[in-house]
Design a protein around this ligand. Sequence first.
Ligand code: UDP
Length: 317
Amino acid sequence: MRILITGGAGFLGSHLCDRFLAEGHTVVAMDNLITGSTDNIAHLAGHPRFSFIKHDVTNYIFVEGPLDAILHFASPASPVDYLELPIQTLKVGALGTHKALGLAKNKKARFLLASTSEVYGDPQVHPQPETYYGHVNPIGPRGVYDEAKRFAEAMTMAYHRYHGVDTRIVRIFNTYGPRMRLRDGRVVPNFIQQALRGEPLTIYGDGSQTRSFQYVDDLVEGVYRLLFSDEVEPVNIGNPSEFTIKAFAELVNRLTGNKAGVVYKDLRTKDDPQVRQPDISKARRILGWEPRVSLEEGLRLTIPWFREELRKRGELP
Ligand code: UDP
């Protein structure tokens, strides 16, 4: 297959490029590089089945030749980005999804939307099944991401129902691993870097809020299976093992040998979800998928990558 991956130079996009190339497909990566980086795909330069186009998908997308599938992964994805890039976040979820769907219709390609657990907002149902409609604050700082992705899902279903485009929607829960940006601002890169520098980990609020962290390889496997399934309605892909942020901080300190402990900071916005855990019964049933990598194993694979990045920048000996 010949596949376009928007956001192909990003954290998830670049891992998807690797997987689809490894399976023998041809991959065109597209990225405007505002949060993605060519460092993530530098190892693919010169690969005979790989090409890269620098383009902002909120503008008309032109790709020469046939396409069999489009994976739409372009978007800022960290709460820090939503504050710094609120309009770009709204535009890529709304206009970018529209352009990518238009391209899919034109090329008769299958379209897979990267949606998010954020469509559930600060959830009042726990864990969250795909049937939950969510509890989103449209005007809060996260609203730019949450509402753009909700619009993106609506647009995807409209193209499916009205234009007959073959579509898939994955709702991705917190995912971590190598190639997250050092300045990403999310809890995994923050804590790992603080721990490697011997600094206390910054817990926002009292640390009782929970998240369920999935290693990137599990996400890639779920997306791969979903693309080749027949399921049109959204499917949660995430790791259901749930941790408080406080317990997560203790784990990072233990695995890195950091003795500096934690500090509590009042930096949470009021729509920072208090809990988040995927119900993955649907993925288990229709994709035969479930996560394989535990949080401890995944962190043991991720910490050395951050250590190396900090060394390259001369920030660690
Ligand atoms: N968080 C934290 N310290 C940090 C960064 C984040 O305590 O240095 C908290 C944040 O308030 C949230 C959770 O960790 O409750 C996960 O935040 P993240 O930014 O990773 O993504 P989210 O899941 O909220 O989109």
